[in-house]
Design a protein around this ligand. Structure first.
Ligand code: ZN
Length: 425
């Protein structure tokens, strides 16, 4: 989070990463493991360590720990149909890295040496890590969730603590085999914010449509009437930057972000998986060496049609502008801004080349209307350029993530995918 003032222009991130450490014979990072991981069974037994039941200095006293655990698994049961049997356990330690674990999938917060070692160099501030054991065929045999004993968790939104339920929802995604999503509006985004982000009253605990598509790609659709699944492959390749390029799909009529993927420069295609039949707009954006290019193409996926569509997106003009931060009330962040439906909000947008005179801000959704003439430049010093703009969210907006767009005078468009999050009511 960035507090804007004329004096302070440093960037301070509250959001911290929660990497998945996948362990087979080698330790593979969750971003790029080359093989889809999933459970073979649709009913999983999860052991909750007594370290979560007894008073832990890492959990705010009187927190609803059992409720947070139950609700976080229930969210994934509703999304995937997988049943979870939660049992209590006297175990405290994550299984050590190696080809196999002890076969017990454990959630623990015990401040033991074994658990603390998971948060070694560079990972001291992450709220949790999930260690996965899997076979050569990609079947998961065990997944241990270690909540970082050096952090503080709560269930009532206490400022500066991690929301236990939100962290568990993210880690259970890893437990199920999901990797990180490249858009900040997804529960599986690599960063999670501590409570107090934008002074927002409620932490985001919801599984987004893009997360559900990723889960559908592994486990199929929970709804027997929904034909599943389709994929769209977009031609990308060596010219695409890791980390600053993204491919995503939006529902054509609502603009809701429903799938996203990170191009890998060493691969010629980027796949959006887990889609259902429908009309979509597929976007690609690539920022490299200070130039951002974006393009979009409509795709119709017909019921009963081919399960894989390949698209090459048109070349686009480059823009030097970059949308990097969004916020409100003098705070900016890379995390999405939660806006309530049926209200008009003052939104701050910042980044490189963000000039109210040369850029027109808009959205890709009919639910999110940017009042163009309300755009005002903000003077926060030389290092960051920001504008404020009024954003009206329709009363009937569907919950989900929505994208902002900035168009320059030459017509070049740059996107801030999933910058706005509309919560369910
Ligand atoms: Zn993670």
């Amino acid at each position: 989070m960035l507090f804007l003032s004329r004096i302070l222009v440093s960037v301070l991130f509250l959001a911290v990463t929660a990497p998945v450490v996948a362990a087979s014979s080698t330790s593979i990072n969750g971003e790029n493991r080359g093989i889809a991981l999933r459970w073979r069974s649709a009913k999983l037994k999860i052991a909750v360590s007594s370290s979560l039941a007894t008073e832990s200095t890492s959990i705010k006293p009187a927190s609803d720990v059992d409720g947070a655990i139950a609700r976080s698994f229930e969210r994934w049961r509703q999304a995937t149909g997988i049943e979870f049997e939660i049992v209590n356990s006297g175990r405290t330690n994550v299984s050590p890295s190696g080809p196999t674990g002890d076969g017990v999938s454990l959630i623990t917060i015990a401040p033991s040496q074994a658990n603390l070692s998971v948060f070694a160099a560079g990972a001291a501030d992450v709220p949790a890590t999930t260690r996965i054991f899997f076979s050569r065929q990609g079947y998961i045999s065990e997944a241990d969730i270690v909540l970082n004993p050096t952090q503080v968790f709560s269930t009532d939104g206490t400022f500066g603590t991690f929301d236990l339920e939100a962290v568990l929802v993210h880690e259970i995604g890893h437990l199920l085999g999901l990797e990180h999503a490249p858009i900040s509006g997804a529960m599986m985004y690599r960063s999670q914010a501590r409570n107090g982000h934008f002074a927002s009253p409620a932490p985001n605990r919801e599984i987004s449509p893009a997360d559900i598509a990723a889960a559908r790609a592994l486990y199929g659709s929970i709804d027997p009437d929904v034909e599943c699944c389709f994929a769209v492959d977009v031609a990308t390749g060596a010219g695409f930057a890791k980390g600053t390029s993204v491919v995503w799909a939006e529902e054509a009529d609502t603009g809701r972000v429903v799938a996203a993927a990170n191009p890998q420069p060493e691969r010629t295609r980027t796949s959006l998986e887990g889609l259902t039949a429908g009309n979509y707009k597929i976007y690609v954006q690539n920022s490299i060496n200070g130039a951002t290019r974006s393009a979009l193409v409509p795709v119709v996926i017909e019921s009963g049609g081919r399960d894989r569509t390949v698209k090459t997106l048109p070349d686009a003009a480059a823009s030097a502008a970059e949308l990097e931060f969004i916020g409100t009330n003098g705070q900016l962040s890379k995390m999405p801004l939660t806006l309530d439906a049926g209200r008009t909000h003052t939104v701050l947008i910042a980044g490189k080349g963000i000039d109210a005179k040369s850029l027109t801000i808009g959205s890709t959704s009919p639910f999110v209307r940017v009042v163009t003439e309300s755009a005002r430049p903000l003077d926060y010093g030389e290092k960051i350029e920001a504008i404020s703009v009024e954003v009206a969210v329709a009363a009937d907006a569907l919950p989900g993530s929505y994208t902002l767009i900035a168009t320059d005078r030459s017509g070049a468009a740059i996107y801030f995918p999933a910058a706005i999050n509309i919560p369910s009511r």
